[in-house]
Design a protein around this ligand. Structure first.
Ligand SMILES: [Zn+2]
Length: 198
């Protein structure tokens, strides 16, 4: 059986991301797909076009990820995760779905390895980007939400989970650190404990 035939069978002759049944083609999940069924997805022209041009994305098209993300096939999970991550910087529903999407460790590593694909052009930079708990790129001036209670050393207070921190700045030499004001004090926060808000 050819690769395409195998994927058509797995995807039941539908786009594995949006369920469209026209103009289906094989998409090798970057980076470095080996071209096997385990590292390819069957997608339609519309999905492919938007994956190739994330700046021209039609957010409504990707609502279908609501179903696709529950696929049991890692390459589909990876693409769903990446698209949701890309969309989550501006779409609340995408953030909610991303919160529910569980990938095993290996699949998550794979998904993150292609994170560049899912980032905005403006954040493309030679340095390591600052990323929140979900892998969304953080930029100076963003608003983030704390996802756990943080004990602020030396300041004698706890920054509560759910606290919004506005107008953050990035610690240039450490991609895991950002700075922001909480309770009137400028503190350093680990990026793994925050989620970007829109
Ligand atoms: Zn599609």
């Amino acid at each position: 059986m050819t690769l395409e035939a195998e994927l058509l069978k797995r995807g039941e002759h539908k786009c594995e991301l949006c369920s469209a049944s026209d103009e289906l083609g094989v998409f090798e999940v970057p980076p470095g797909s080996d071209g096997s069924v385990a590292q390819c997805v069957l997608i339609c022209e519309t999905c492919k076009d938007q994956i190739d041009h994330p700046d021209k994305i039609d957010v409504h098209h990707w609502r279908a990820l609501n179903d696709a993300m529950w696929s049991t096939h890692p390459p589909v999970q990876v693409m769903a995760w990446r698209m949701l991550t890309h969309l989550s910087s501006r779409e609340g529903w995408a953030r909610d779905l991303l919160d529910m999407l569980y990938l095993d460790e290996q699949t998550l590593t794979w998904a993150k390895s292609g994170a560049k694909l899912a980032t905005d052009e403006k954040s493309e930079d030679t340095s390591t980007p600052h990323k929140d708990a979900n892998g969304a790129i953080l930029l100076a001036g963003d608003t983030v939400t704390l996802i756990k209670d943080l004990n602020v050393k030396g300041a004698g207070f706890t920054a509560k989970r759910g606290t919004a921190v506005r107008n953050i700045s990035l610690v240039a030499d450490n991609p895991e650190h950002i700075e922001g004001r909480v309770s009137g004090q400028q503190i350093v926060i680990l990026t793994q404990f925050v989620k970007k808000s829109s």
